[in-house]
Design a protein. Structure first.
Lengths: 218, 218
């Protein structure tokens, strides 16, 4: 099956949205928490978060030009701070519900039953129910002329998690953390570990790190 | 457990890389295929791909400023074309091996045993073994002063897949496609479906779309 540019342009709008959104595979799934200067909190589910670099520790995300996200972008711009919080199976439906178009001024923390958690000196609320919580300081926004979206680049300034979820080498264990992922706009998945592989070098066969193979098919 | 900016700056380099790379959760996992003007192909595994928008159909990705990726970025800039191909359990170790620092001019298609697939009028090679293959036309590159990375924005001009992997509403079924995901730099996962949820609206309880709940924990 081969689909070309012209086909994509002629698809029904919803078909195209579903297809293009699901093409790249599984996506990082987080709840994005912010607050206005008046102290009204906001929470929305987001699947466009990407790793930009480890030194300085930077994360990027995409904000769409549509109405329901304006509170989020305005809050990030005015306070300079926001949080990303992982999504767990026990309450993924509540997390999805934050994508509904609630009126400006209504907090999704309240309507979707999430508990706010604050850290001294940091304005944006974390999600208490999450097991991996990241606090970010805004570094840069890039307005994309090509489609009206905004890229938001932030530096990681807080990490809230449990000791048991970070391995000795620094890697977060998202299996233990019960982190979910999403494909497309609305299909949620719980990943099962296949294997952790050794650092790749030319001339050396790829191999699993000892003790880290689970459910391997190889 | 609370980690702050100062702590992050003082971590051992490898610990910091592992921690920061794994924080955001599961990431879109793809093989990025390119060719030079001399016809030397290049293939590298990439986990920084993000959805930028559906109309026009745009995908973004991050290229690091390091040596092993220079062929890729040079090829994208000179030919204006590249491919993204999903990674399957049967050969994820080969896919990981493309991250090894092979000398410039050596094709990872050959050293890692991938079969090239070409489409008429499109220069960049697809991975024949993949089940979801995307051909992109370069639209924009953004050099990030903050850390020396480059954001590459491309428009989807080809989609190669099987009919059976696209649902009636356009959504790609990544469970059927056997698409893998990765957390951090080296830990691979096969996601299991939890549920597909209806479009969220204020005042309506979140619920699964009929017939699309598998292994639901709720």
């Amino acid at each position: 099956m081969s689909i070309k540019s012209d086909d994509i342009g002629q698809f029904d709008k919803q078909y195209r949205i579903n297809l293009i959104n699901s093409l790249i595979g599984f996506r990082a799934l987080n709840l994005l928490g912010t607050t206005s200067n008046d102290g009204i909190s906001n929470l929305c589910i987001i699947s466009s978060v990407f790793h930009l670099g480890a030194n300085p520790p930077l994360i990027g995300l995409v904000i769409r030009p549509e109405r329901e996200h304006n509170d989020t972008l305005r809050n990030i711009r005015t306070t300079g701070q926001y949080t990303l919080n992982n999504v767990l199976p026990e309450w993924y439906m509540q997390a999805h519900q934050t994508s509904a178009s609630y009126p400006s001024g209504v907090s999704e923390f309240d309507t979707c039953h999430f508990k706010k958690q604050y850290v001294n000196g940091f304005k944006a609320p974390f999600v208490a129910q999450s097991t991996v919580r990241i606090g970010l300081q805004l570094r840069e926004t890039i307005d994309m002329e090509i489609n009206g979206t905004t890229l938001v680049i932030g530096e990681i300034v807080h990490i809230l998690t449990e000791d048991a979820l970070i391995a000795a080498d620094g890697t977060v264990d998202h299996h233990k953390a019960e982190t979910l992922t999403v494909a497309g706009l609305d299909t949620y998945y719980l990943p099962q570990p296949i294997g952790r592989l050794a650092y790749a070098k030319p001339g050396i066969e790829p191999h699993v790190l000892n003790g880290n193979t689970l459910n391997s098919k190889l």
